[in-house]
Design a protein around this ligand. Structure first.
Ligand code: V47
Ligand code: SF4
Length: 374
């Protein structure tokens, strides 16, 4: 329960905020207008205390992590998102990399003796890597290590693959699922609102298209995550629009596991003139998303993008998942300006990070089944 001195102070100071606090404590859903109040008038202390209350109701002091590794098939991409520091246009592909299926299988095999539970496969949209290529990749990984959960392909990659193969979303997902694909990562969502999307990611799948792919995946029994790229040119209303679309879809399908806010990093991209958001604003967003997305089981801080110290802070502001050990050769985050140049943390480091925030560290698999408690 929220500290009563604090609650009285809020009651005296702002009756709108106190009504929102009352709703949250009574487990009532907050409206878009309430959410705007929180963004405009909720102090970090206020939204943090409410979000922590929700987090404790849902998960107590448990903080999840998993043991995973990432594979990036290529950084060559046919699209040209303004915030992207990582991709190389197909026309400049000599500056990029493309891995063969054998090279990717070798990466998987390098984990043969290690207790990882998930492989996360996401990359640029290469015009030559098509359905047949990815079906072969997924089947070979499954064949080699059937217990490894395959979480792969953003809706952006899938939309391109399916259109090229002249398949409907359902047909495409059914084929990939039959090959061994088990869930979808949350990337590519960026900001759904068309006014922002057309500026920052105008040539790839629309917000509606992203949502349709995730809805279909959920209908086929696959789980997925959702991201939101924030802290660039969007208003609070745009953030709320994005989260409302996710909350509505989750009401219909219950297929999302996790919401992952992604802080815009401004190095080496076409939006470098935009300042990055402050830590105060980052933490307020994490907290407000925890309060607004009442039907999302988990809120995740993606530490390679946020930095491990700030990711640790989010654990007191509604976050109950800190992603994985990652063990990554990816350059996407360091190239975009994250202080995490080599995103890998050992299990011991992750557990320490969680315990230092007075939380309980629990290793999970992709679907949040408990594997180990620390
Ligand atoms: O969609 C690209 C983002 C995303 C920048 O589902 C940037 O478990 C900030 O979605 N500043 C891909 N963000 C990563 C992603 C993800 C990562 C980890 C786990 C999961 C999951 C999903 O990275 C892209 C884009 O939104 N991104 N450039 C940048 N400059
Ligand atoms: Fe391509 Fe993804 Fe970068 Fe956009 S964000 S340019 S789709 S790799």
């Amino acid at each position: 329960m929220i500290n009563s001195a604090f609650y009285n102070k809020v009651l005296l100071e702002n009756s709108e905020l106190s009504k929102i606090a009352e709703k949250v404590i009574q487990n009532e859903r907050i409206t878009d207008a309430d959410c705007l109040q929180l963004f405009e008038h909720g102090s970090l202390a206020f939204v943090g205390a409410l979000a922590n209350h929700v987090r404790e109701q849902k998960h107590g002091d448990i903080t999840y992590f998993n043991r995973n590794f990432h594979i990036e098939p290529t950084n060559v991409c046919v699209f040209s998102c303004a915030f992207c520091s990582y991709s190389r246009l197909y026309a400049h592909k000599e500056e990029g990399w493309e891995l063969s299926i054998d090279q990717m299988l070798d990466i998987v095999k390098s984990y043969d003796e290690k207790p990882v539970t998930e492989v996360h496969i996401v990359g640029g949209v290469h015009p030559k890597m098509n359905m047949a290529y990815f079906i072969e990749l997924i089947s070979k990984i499954k064949n080699h290590r059937p217990d490894l959960h395959i979480k792969a392909f953003t809706a952006v990659e899938l939309d391109y693959m399916f259109r090229k193969a002249k398949l409907s979303t359902r047909e495409g997902l059914e084929q990939l699922k039959a090959a061994g694909l088990q869930s979808l990562p949350g990337g590519g969502a960026e900001l759904f609102h068309p006014d922002i999307r057309k500026v920052i990611a105008g040539d790839k799948v629309s917000g509606e298209g992203w949502l349709e792919i995730h809805e279909t995946a959920h209908q086929l029994g696959m789980h997925s995550n959702a991201t939101m790229l924030y802290g660039h040119m969007e208003t609070y209303e745009h953030r709320i629009d994005h989260m409302r679309k996710l909350r509505d879809l989750q009401d219909r399908t219950k297929g999302f596991n996790t919401f992952i806010p992604l802080k815009f990093r401004n190095a080496n991209n076409d939006m470098s003139h935009i300042s990055e958001s402050s830590t105060n604003e980052d933490l307020r967003l994490y907290a407000i998303s925890r309060i607004y997305l009442d039907n999302f089981p988990h809120i995740k801080a993606y530490w390679p993008m946020l930095g491990r110290q700030n990711a640790q802070l989010t654990l007191s502001f509604g976050v109950n998942d800190i992603d994985g050990t990652i063990d990554d050769s990816t350059k996407i985050y360091s190239m975009a300006g994250s202080e995490e140049q080599t995103p890998t943390m050992t299990t011991e480091e992750l557990v320490t990070l969680i315990k230092q925030a007075n939380k309980k560290a629990v290793e999970r698999d992709t679907l949040y089944q408990v594997i180990n408690e620390f």
